[in-house]
Design a protein around this ligand. Sequence first.
Ligand code: ADP
Ligand code: 5GP
Length: 208
Amino acid sequence: MNAIFVTSTPMSKPSALGLILVISGPSGVGKDTVWQTASACLPSFERAITCTTRERRPHEVEGVNYHFVSSDEFERMIRDDELIEYAQVHGNFYGVPQKSVLDRINNGLDVVCVIDVQGALRIRGLFPAAVLVFIKPPQGRENQVLEERIQGRSAVEASELETRLKTASWELSQVQLYDYQIENDDLQRAANELCEVIEREKARRMED
Ligand code: ADP
Ligand code: 5GP
């Protein structure tokens, strides 16, 4: 089970604030890919670049996929209260910098956080107006598809694959806590659904 800690005080959201979109779901389900595909129709959103102590994968770029930091630097950020929440996921630390979210929403700008399930639930506690979207693997083929996608993305040790799949089964059991569920079978269809969800949420907020 992942450990998670919250370092901020709860906030409620007057309508002048930007919208926080949280995308989560199991490792390898396609959260990043769906977000990247959908981002063309969601130009008002910027992704919060989170911090991690995990090693950079070959295709990843510092400051684009993550801020890759040492354990010492991560501990310093915790001490200096620079993270909205942080979690230990699959043996590494991950955290959302306060600045990446607060600077945007306080200026009426939208932000998306692509984070794990416990992180998503903590964000919901801190920002009740956040929109939580769960990306699901295709029904009936969950494990097989996750395994294929995790292995297809980059080389992964058997033990790490096992840990990620084990965590996935717990994460999938939390899906009912989300505002929206999107099945990522066909990528473009999943991205279109995400765009529709945001359009609907924006329209609803205009009416409030
Ligand atoms: P996550 O962010 O959830 O860990 P990624 O976005 O890194 O997952 O996707 C994992 C792998 O699955 C990537 O290689 C990506 O290209 C692939 N992928 C994502 N969505 C689909 C899809 N709908 N069909 C086939 N492959 C996909
Ligand atoms: P990966 O190692 O596959 O990039 O990420 C592992 C998991 O950590 C994914 O579910 C990812 O969304 C999540 N994650 C990334 N950044 C954060 C963060 O700042 N906080 C939390 N709670 N989870 C994160």
